[in-house]
Design a protein around this ligand. Structure first.
Ligand SMILES: [Zn+2]
Length: 254
C-alpha cells in the first residue's frame, strides 16, 4: 500500500496568507504545507482521506488518476471544502462514495445542498453516494477493511481510520483507552501535532510524542502542522529516531 501525503498543514495552510513569519517565508519546499489529506493506493484501488480546499491542486500535483472513495474524518472546512472539485473524477468514473459519520454527512448536505439535490439537479454538479461510518463497525474500501477509530477534537467527535498496519489520525486532542487498543501492532501511525504550545483542540508536539510512546508503532509521522511549529529541518532534528515530520508529497510504502 502506498500512502501519499497530499497536505500536512493546519487549517490556514503554510504559508499563511499575508504572514511575514520566517517559516511562511522559508524557501524549503518541506515548509510549504497544504491542508491535510492523504491518498492511499494499492493494486488498482485509490482512496483519499479528507477533501479540503486544496484538493484540486493536490490532485494535479500528485497525478492521482482516480478516486474510488473519500473517507471523511470530520466536517471542518479544512477537511471538506474541496468537494466541488471531485467533478473531473465524476465525469470519468461516475459517482464517488463518501464515507463519514452521519453528522458529517448531514453537515455536508446543508453546506453543499446542490450536491445532494434529487430534483432538478444541475447536470455538472458533483455526484456522490453516502455511506455512514459507525464506531466499532469496520467497512470495506476496495478489498481492504477500514477500522474507524473514535477520537475527540475538543468536544467534537472525529474518526481516524486503520487500514491493515497503517493508521491515520488527525485533529485528535483526546482518545479513550478502548480506541487505543485498536492501534496495536502498527507499522505506521500518522498523528496530528500542531505546535509546541498547548491547544484546546489539537495535540501539541509533546502530546503527540506521548501518544506515540503509548501506541508504539514501528514508525510515526506527524501532520496537521502549524507554521509556529518551526522549520521542518530544525524540528525533525529534535524528534526520536522513529518519528518523522510529514511533509507535502512525501510517499511511503507500507
Ligand atoms: Zn483540521
Amino acid at each position: 500500500m502506498k500512502v501519499y501525503f497530499l497536505g500536512t498543514g493546519t487549517s490556514q495552510g503554510i504559508p499563511v496568507i499575508g504572514s511575514n513569519h520566517p517559516v511562511c517565508k522559508s524557501s524549503d519546499l518541506k515548509d510549504k504545507r497544504l491542508r491535510v489529506s492523504i491518498w492511499i493506493s494499492w493494486e488498482n484501488h485509490s482512496f483519499i482521506i479528507d477533501c479540503g480546499p486544496d484538493f484540486r491542486q493536490q490532485m494535479l500535483i500528485s497525478n492521482c488518476p482516480k478516486v474510488d472513495g473519500i473517507l471523511f474524518t470530520h466536517e471542518h472546512s479544512d477537511h471538506t471544502a474541496g468537494i466541488d472539485d471531485i467533478r473531473p473524477f465524476n465525469f470519468k468514473q461516475g459517482e464517488i462514495p463518501i464515507f463519514g459519520h452521519q453528522r458529517v454527512i448531514d453537515n455536508l448536505r446543508r453546506r453543499f445542498e446542490y450536491v445532494f439535490a434529487t430534483v432538478n439537479k444541475y447536470p455538472g454538479a458533483p455526484s456522490i453516494a453516502t455511506i455512514e461510518v459507525k464506531n466499532n463497525l469496520p467497512f470495506f474500501i476496495g478489498n481492504k477493511t477500514a477500522i474507524p477509530i473514535n477520537v475527540m477534537h475538543g468536544t467534537l467527535q472525529v474518526f481516524g481510520y486503520r487500514i491493515d498496519d497503517f493508521a491515520y489520525l488527525t485533529d485528535v486532542k483526546t482518545i479513550e483507552e478502548s480506541e487505543v487498543l485498536k492501534l496495536k501492532n502498527l507499522k505506521v501511525l500518522v498523528i496530528n501535532a500542531l505546535r509546541e504550545e498547548a491547544h484546546d483542540m489539537h495535540f501539541n508536539l509533546q502530546e503527540a510524542l506521548d501518544f506515540i510512546t503509548l501506541v508504539q508503532p514501528e514508525k510515526a509521522y506527524l501532520t496537521h502542522i502549524s507554521h509556529i511549529m518551526g522549520f521542518h529541518e530544525e524540528v525533525q532534528k529534535k524528534l526520536p529516531s522513529n518519528v518523522f515530520l510529514a511533509y507535502d508529497n512525501l510517499e511511503i510504502i507500507i
